[in-house]
Design a protein around this ligand. Structure first.
Ligand code: ZN
Length: 198
């Protein structure tokens, strides 16, 4: 039974495909949109399309950016010999917010998870290994402390140690299963300071 016009139903359906949006929220968003001034809806739609078209991976660290090199990789103020490996751009942002980390990053865009068929070749690992030729002294593995994050950390350390680069893992002050982006700054910094060599 279709209560709504076809257009509204389609809009609700599109919204409910987004992460964290259930049927009720999707309907609320759809009706909100219908009542917005047309110019505002257009601006929102344009911003979405433009972001999708222009945002790409940084050539060096693979974070999401809108230029060839992200601002961190192109900065001469950062320590390019220390590379922190994170699962996604939101984790990078969490560490950047602390303002206390001066190295650079590498964004994997995921973690190894044999359960759901995500292998090493499905994340940005090759890109990390190829960076190590450029004078990197330490790789800090800051993947989440979930099973996937730990599996990824072990895998990376086994891969990198034979190359002779120092590999460290952030301390377990980060709660198990915790997503880095939801953890407060103090805990993040404590985890970074208390990192141990693998
Ligand atoms: Zn970068």
């Amino acid at each position: 039974m279709d209560y709504y016009s076809n257009q509204i139903s389609r809009l609700i359906e599109e919204f409910s495909c987004l992460p964290g949006i259930g049927a009720k929220s999707a309907a609320r968003l759809a009706f909100h949109l219908i009542h917005m001034p047309e110019a505002d809806v257009k601006r929102l739609a344009d911003t979405m399309v433009e972001a999708r078209q222009k945002v790409r991976y940084c050539k060096v660290c693979c974070t999401l950016t809108d230029s060839e090199l992200c601002p961190i990789c192109s900065s001469t103020q950062r320590d390019h010999k220390t590379v922190m490996v994170v699962e996604n751009t939101r984790d990078l942002a969490a560490y950047e917010k602390t303002g206390k980390y001066n190295g650079v990053y590498h964004v994997l865009h995921g973690a190894i998870s044999p359960m759901i068929g995500i292998g090493p070749e499905d994340i940005k690992l090759k890109e990390l290994i190829s960076r190590l030729a450029d004078d990197v002294e330490e790789v800090i593995i800051a993947t989440n402390s979930s099973l996937e994050g730990e599996t990824t950390a072990m895998y990376i350390s086994k891969l990198i140690k034979p190359i002779g680069v120092k590999v460290t893992r952030i301390a377990s002050g980060v709660p198990v299963g915790g997503d880095l982006e939801y953890i407060d700054e103090v805990t993040l910094l404590r985890a970074l300071d208390g990192r141990t060599e693998l």
